[in-house]
Design a protein around this ligand. Structure first.
Ligand SMILES: Cc1cc2nc3c(=O)[nH]c(=O)nc-3n(C[C@H](O)[C@H](O)[C@H](O)COP(=O)(O)OP(=O)(O)OC[C@H]3O[C@@H](n4cnc5c(N)ncnc54)[C@H](O)[C@@H]3O)c2cc1C
Length: 366
């Protein structure tokens, strides 16, 4: 009997659990290690903040998916991996044996320097949504006059515009800080800059934030910026235990994998989604790639269990980004091209709902 240990209920592992639930792998024992019984589809999170969806609309029952796949569900999180013994150590101190290990644990927002420690971070999604509810109530009581968002990528912009929509009628000012020009590399950056301007959002790009909290921001150079709430959506960071385990990593500490999604140093370890970097084909840390890697990962885990050669994952050099603008309006960006409109939002809404629906097992969820 071979042990397949899945760590994290990220977007790629949803496809793996679905696949093993549809077609069990003979001779394999599965386990899923996750700190939560639910997975959240991040593409719909700004819509929850804006008030278009309920949290349940973007929540997937991981424990139920695991049960359907015949996988033991372990409510805990990985804290290390012993490569020689083939064991994952958990935060509670358990040691879990594997023959084949698959990591899909995402990345964290907030850099290791601790700059984001006192800010409301957009990940993990569960705590972000709880924090957003508190922030919203506080703003409605008139305690918050200015909200600073750190991070000029798609997630920061979507969350800012969603909060603005969710607080319609409340006199709060929104300010966006970005170390790089906003949406660097996106075809939609001019449209988004225009939309932010039209909606009264002040953008400070080229400014590095070194501290953020309820008293505002500390900027590189010692300047302070007053705000009563700070939301952190900048960067994607790898958990330090990956590099500490001596697993091969890229320069930022993410698992270095080959195009088969296998670790470059330990072929019995697979990684997908944000936590993995395909060496030679680096792509932005985005849900689109995690979703695309899912089916290939599922097939390769089966092959590894059966002792067969894995297949390569071919990622497109460009991917479609659909950026929601708070109200039911969105911008589509593909390479240098971009489009916008209410119809783009409806298109995104259909794609997002279909994704979540694929992993729903029945009524009562949500
Ligand atoms: C607000 C927001 C909006 C976004 N919108 C989009 C979008 O529209 N399109 C897009 O392409 N990308 C979007 N992104 C980026 C996207 O969320 C990530 O790229 C994507 O979630 C990565 O998927 P993943 O499979 O790597 O991991 P995730 O989906 O992040 O899941 C990781 C899972 O691992 C679990 N985990 C974490 N640590 C451990 C551990 N130590 N042990 C066990 N389990 C662990 C977590 O609980 C979580 O369930 C958005 C991000 C945010 C924050």
């Amino acid at each position: 009997m071979k042990h397949l240990l899945l760590v994290g209920g990220g977007h790629s592992h949803l496809a793996v659990l679905k696949s093993f639930g549809d077609t069990p792998a003979p001779g394999a024992r599965l386990a899923l290690l996750s700190p939560s019984g639910h997975a959240f589809y991040s593409g719909m999170v700004p819509g929850v903040v804006a008030g278009h969806y309920r949290p349940g609309d973007c929540r997937i029952d991981l424990a139920a998916l695991a049960a359907r796949a015949g996988a033991r569900f372990l409510l805990d999180s990985a804290a290390g991996v012993d490569l020689a013994k083939r064991e994952v150590t958990t935060a509670r101190g358990e040691r879990l044996h594997y023959d084949v290990l698959s990591l899909d644990i995402g990345s964290s927002a907030g850099d290791p320097s601790g700059a984001a420690e006192r800010a409301l971070r957009v990940r993990p999604v569960e705590s972000f949504l709880a924090g957003w509810q508190r922030l919203r109530e506080s703003a409605r009581r008139g305690e918050i006059r200015r909200i600073a968002v750190v991070g000029g990528g798609a997630a920061g912009i979507e969350v800012l515009l969603a909060m603005r929509h969710g607080l319609a009628g409340v006199a709060a000012e929104f300010v966006l800080f970005s170390e790089l020009p906003i949406l660097a590399g996106h075809g939609a950056r001019r449209r988004i800059a225009r939309i932010l301007g039209e909606r009264g959002v002040t953008v400070h790009s080229g400014r590095k934030v070194v501290a953020a909290g309820k008293n505002g921001l500390g900027l590189d150079g010692g300047e302070r910026f007053e705000a009563q709430a700070a939301v952190w959506a900048a960067g994607a960071y790898a958990p330090p235990w990956i590099a500490q385990s001596a697993l091969a990593t890229d320069a930022r500490g993410f698992v270095a994998v080959s195009e088969t999604l296998q670790s470059r140093s330990c072929p019995e370890i697979f990684a997908a989604g944000d936590v993995a970097t395909v060496i030679g084909e680096p792509r932005p840390k985005s849900g689109v790639f995690a979703v695309r890697q899912g089916p290939v990962l599922a097939r390769n885990l089966r092959r590894a269990l059966a002792g067969e050669a894995p297949e390569p994952f071919r990622s497109p050099s460009r991917s479609l980004a659909l950026i929601s603008c708070g109200d039911r309006y969105a911008v589509a960006s593909w390479g240098r091209f971009s489009l916008e409109g209410a119809w783009v939002w409806r298109w995104k809404d259909r794609i997002d709902r279909r994704f979540v629906e694929r992993y729903r097992l029945g009524p009562g969820e949500g």
